[in-house]
Design a binder for this molecule. Structure first.
Ligand SMILES: Nc1ncnc2c1ncn2[C@@H]1O[C@H](COP(=O)(O)OP(=O)(O)OP(=O)(O)O)[C@@H](O)[C@H]1O
Ligand SMILES: [Mg+2]
Length: 221
């Protein structure tokens, strides 16, 4: 069964009847990385917000593991099932990296006995060592912050990871580092990873590339 399915999903913002998304249908399977590309303003972030349950489509249906997203408790969906990595996604800047990940473990109701050790372990997985994990977010580079955001999204072991420009503002080396993490999550751990990107190098890591234009989603490859 697909992890996520979109069936004729349409969406327009209040006060603007023009459809940003127009009857979009797609299926997303576990074990794969999907890249979504498209011009600025084409509706990529809007689409991710719908997938993340942050907004609701006016018509059509989004299914998560066969259940209509409209029927699922959004708090549980967001805190247990999916990992959302939006750019500069409110990390607490004056807390340390490890504190940020621990907070997410607490919020998701993790039963992990030693949350601090678990948080260090998740950060290690994305290439953040203990010394770096003990520094405040403010004092970390953009690439390191992005890794912390990924570690935080992994704190509750999500099936689906949705990322909006996760490598925007990063150099090529950091970009490939992040994409290698996503490869492990998809190919070795069997998760479904959906990434919005402007970068050709990033979409090259994906099994499937989709493009949004004029409100429609089409398969590039
Ligand atoms: N809250 C909002 N209210 C009204 N219109 C919005 C809102 N957010 C986005 N839009 C409009 O919807 C369209 C799609 O926006 P969206 O943010 O999804 O684009 P995007 O593909 O993510 O662009 P970018 O690559 O610049 O991030 C744009 O025309 C935008 O101006
Ligand atoms: Mg966007």
């Amino acid at each position: 069964m697909s992890v996520l399915t979109l069936r004729e999903v349409s969406f327009s913002y209040k006060g603007n009847p023009k459809r940003v998304l127009n009857e979009i249908s797609a299926k997303f399977e576990k074990g794969n990385i999907y890249a979504i590309v498209g011009a600025s303003g084409s509706g990529k972030t809007t689409l991710l917000s719908l997938m993340a349950g942050l907004t609701t489509c006016q018509s059509g249906e989004i299914g998560y593991k066969g259940l209509d997203l409209k029927q699922i408790d959004k708090d549980i969906y967001r805190s247990k099932e999916i990992g959302v990595i939006f750019q500069a996604y409110n990390l607490l800047l004056s807390d340390t990296a490890v504190e940020n990940v621990m907070l997410s473990l607490h919020l998701s109701g993790s039963t992990e006995p030693d949350k601090k050790q678990k948080a260090y372990e998740l950060l290690r997985k994305v290439g953040i060592n203990q010394a770096t994990a003990d520094r405040k977010i403010l004092k970390l580079s953009g690439g390191e912050q992005q890794r912390v955001a990924i570690a935080r999204s992994l704190s509750y072991d999500p099936n689906l990871i949705i990322a909006d420009e996760p490598t925007g503002n990063l150099d090529g080396k950091n970009e490939s580092g992040i994409m290698e993490i996503f490869q492990t999550l998809a190919h070795k751990e069997g998760r479904c990873v959906i990434v919005v990107t402007h970068s050709k190098a990033v979409s090259a890591y994906a099994e499937k590339e989709l493009e949004i234009a004029d409100g429609r989603l089409s398969v590039v490859r």
